[in-house]
Design a protein around this ligand. Structure first.
Ligand code: GLC
Length: 713
């Protein structure tokens, strides 16, 4: 298909139609799908609907085929619709939410999640997924932290890259591959006060060194689309921000793909106070380089007139439509408008045993053991009761779990009993006082109380910010209740965001299980009984209280750092809480124990063309085999701009048999020692550096070295 030729056959209305994305029910009458906002405000007549270029959301292959057929019947140009949807961490086989998956520190699992998602979504005739979400965030009040990969730029880049590659592989025209649309561009995770859709305001240094890194990794990995975010940046809504969409994305990063707005976000620039009406929004969008308008109709209702009165240059529309048609060609739609859609493949592949097993494998590595004074793994000789608001929950798919069905997930209690655990009571109660007399008898008879606490899946995700991230007081009372009953207790924590766990620290163990997807409870049972050994490491700091936010490990030192044991009161600290988080970035326990010894570096100084080799011995001092994620951080002691006290620059997740000792080696190059300036250029400065290795961002062994201009003779 010659795109240029095709473009020249289109009327201006047909060109503008390619830039519109709407929901499927516009094409199939009486198709009840709930969408945000009042879609009748779009003022779309039948002609405009049947000139649209793409569809937001689809339920299955037969629906896609019906929509495409209806559309092509009425379309003069016969350009097929493209189908896009939010397949974020699974299509029907649901994997752990991205924040949980990132605690696996295993990008291969992220790749596999994307593969399974793409295979399943493709059978429904989906061509694009609005994933990965590469929004770095340091604020657990923001509900969408659940969709991202935490607070660290290095880890965010690695996971984002893996997921793009998993969705797309080498050719998005092949069945089983879908195009990735990285989002939300840009810096949406820095919404002020953690309130969704709120203002974002930061230095260019923060943008380039932290918040842009995930999107850049996705673009470099070949993501075919990028979605603009709801927030402003530099006071301009991202959806019409020329710096973002033209200077940075096209000129600096060389992105050749398609830009798409978020839901109704072009129309919403009126609310932002950056356009009088949809007509002005259309001008700002096309001039900024926005290609597809999702779920609003500024382009559809105004661009033609704006071209006719020479306000808008038709060239801008041709450029956008060229990119859209090129993407449709890359997907293979001109060869097969029903690309991927197959009712037979859908029945064979969606929620297959193989896919569910792969989701379980991901879940097993995506839980974090935060505390354990020995009551885990469970003991078959002891009696247990499991109580709390989530004691019988199968709602483990979490936010944005597309077609995942919680009612198909297994009950944890049944799985524990199957493994021979003496679970004498399982009761979903929101407060201990809801327990009946007979329940209390069983509590008294038990040795350990398992408390299933946390958040409901609707308490995180989009538009679900919280100003208080403590557990509800009712839930905290379960821990004091266990103490009152003079019973040991463990907390099983289902949730989407880091929570303030300060008031439950008297419990004997905490297994943090987030929302681990379709096979969550199957994995949790294996982790609780010791069939599998927990290995997750936090990718967001857990605050001691909400007042510490934003709290993150890679912070600057300030000129008046609080030092342990220091007596000067004029330093950077709080009167009422420590500076450190309750649980730091990179933290996670295991049933094994790992000792770090004999750290060494290959040289005391290197030039910019040399690499530094670092090694350390790590020993599993127990007879329990397990994974340990060995982490490597650096510090640049002195540079033109203040640099973080530590930055993750490498990690290795290594399996240790019982009592096994291994030498773990890393290499650092000048790329790892450089930083970005406000213009987004890479800067490398000589000077003194520290390299640190350990099991989390606070438990580290450190050695210094120098980066020098030339070798010192
Ligand atoms: C939502 C979300 C975005 C999603 C889009 C389409 O508002 O912000 O992440 O991809 O709309 O559903």
């Amino acid at each position: 298909m010659d795109i240029k030729k095709l473009l020249n056959t289109l009327t201006i209305e047909e060109k503008i139609g390619q830039m519109l994305q709407i929901a499927p029910f516009f094409f199939i009458k009486n198709l009840e799908i709930e969408v945000a906002g009042n879609v009748n405000d779009l003022a779309l007549n039948e002609a405009k609907i049947f000139r649209a270029g793409s569809v937001l959301g689809i339920r299955n292959a037969s629906e896609m085929i019906e929509v495409q057929k209806n559309y092509l019947k009425k379309s003069r140009h016969q350009i097929p619709l493209m189908f896009m949807a939010d397949v974020i961490h699974g299509y029907e086989t649901i994997f752990p939410v991205p924040l949980a998956l990132s605690t696996s520190w295993n990008p291969k699992l992220a790749y596999d999640m994307a593969r399974v998602s793409a295979i399943e979504a493709s059978t429904a005739g989906l061509h694009v997924t609005f994933s990965p979400m590469a929004d770095l965030s340091r604020d657990p009040r923001w509900g969408r932290v659940v969709e991202g990969f935490g607070e660290d730029p290095y880890l965010n880049q690695i996971f984002t890259k893996s997921i793009v590659e998993g969705y797309q592989q080498d050719d998005i025209s092949k069945d089983g591959n879908i195009a990735a649309c990285v989002k939300h561009f840009a810096a949406y995770g820095a919404s002020e006060s953690g309130r969704d859709y709120n203002t974002v305001d930061m230095s260019r240094l923060s943008m380039h060194n932290d918040y842009f890194t995930g999107y850049k990794a996705a673009v470099d990995a070949g993501a075919h689309l990028i979605m603009t975010s709801f927030n402003v940046l530099d006071g301009i809504p991202a959806t019409v921000n020329k710096y973002l969409l033209k200077d940075l994305l096209r000129k600096s990063w060389g992105f050749k793909g398609v830009t798409i707005s978020d839901y109704d976000s072009l129309h919403q620039i009126i609310e932002h106070g950056c356009a009088e009406d949809d007509k002005e929004a259309a001008i700002r969008g096309i001039e900024a380089g926005l290609d597809i308008e999702m779920a609003s109709s500024c382009y559809t209702n105004y661009l033609k007139k704006l071209v006719e009165n020479q306000t808008v240059d038709i060239k801008l529309i041709d450029q956008a439509v060229y990119r859209i048609l090129k993407l449709k060609k890359q997907i293979g739609l001109f060869d097969n408008p029903y690309k991927g859609a197959s009712i037979e493949q859908e029945e064979k592949l969606v929620r297959s045993a193989n896919h569910l097993q792969r989701a379980k494998e991901a879940a097993l590595e995506s839980a974090v053991l935060l505390k354990n004074d020995g009551i885990l793994p469970l003991n078959k000789k002891l009696k247990y009761v499991m109580i709390g608001p989530y004691a019988e929950s199968t709602s483990t798919n979490g936010p944005w779990s597309w077609h995942g069905r919680n009612n198909l997930n297994h009950q944890l209690s049944e799985l524990l009993v199957e493994q021979g655990i003496s679970l004498i009571l399982t009761k979903e109660v929101s407060h201990p006082s809801d327990l009946s007399d007979s329940d209390m008898e069983l509590v008294r008879e038990s040795d350990v109380i398992i408390l299933a606490l946390g958040e409901h899946e609707k308490e995180s995700g989009e538009a679900h910010s919280r100003s208080d991230i403590r557990l509800p007081r009712k839930q905290e009372s379960f821990v004091t209740f266990s103490e009152f009953m003079n019973k040991k207790s463990m907390v099983l924590l289902y949730h989407g965001r880091p929570l303030d766990l300060t008031n439950i620290m008297q419990t004997n163990a905490i297994l943090d299980v987030y929302f681990l997807g379709s096979m969550a409870n199957d994995a949790i049972a294996d982790l609780m009984t010791g069939v599998n050994n927990p290995s997750g490491k936090l990718t967001m700091s857990y605050p001691r209280n909400v007042g510490q936010i934003p709290i993150y490990y890679n912070h600057l030192n300030t000129g008046r750092p609080k030092t342990d044991g220091g007596h000067n009161e004029f330093v950077s600290y709080y009167l009422d809480v420590e500076n450190s988080p309750l649980f730091p970035f990179g933290y996670g326990l295991s049933y094994s124990n790992f000792n770090y010894t004999d750290m060494s570096v290959s040289k005391k100084s290197i030039t910019k063309d040399e690499k530094l080799k670092i090694s350390i011995n790590v020993e599993n001092t127990t007879n329990i085999p397990g994974y340990e994620t060995v982490q490597l951080y650096i510090r640049d002691y002195s540079a033109t701009i203040s640099r973080p006290l530590k930055q993750l620059k490498g990690f290795k997740k290594i399996w240790f048999d019982q009592h096994e000792k291994k030498t773990v080696e890393f290499e650092l190059s000048n790329h790892d020692l450089s930083f970005m300036n406000g213009e987004g250029q890479t800067v490398l400065e000589t000077g003194r550096f520290a390299v640190m290795i350990g099991s989390n961002s606070e438990t580290l062994t450190k050695m210094d070295f120098h980066l020098v201009k030339e070798v010192v003779k």
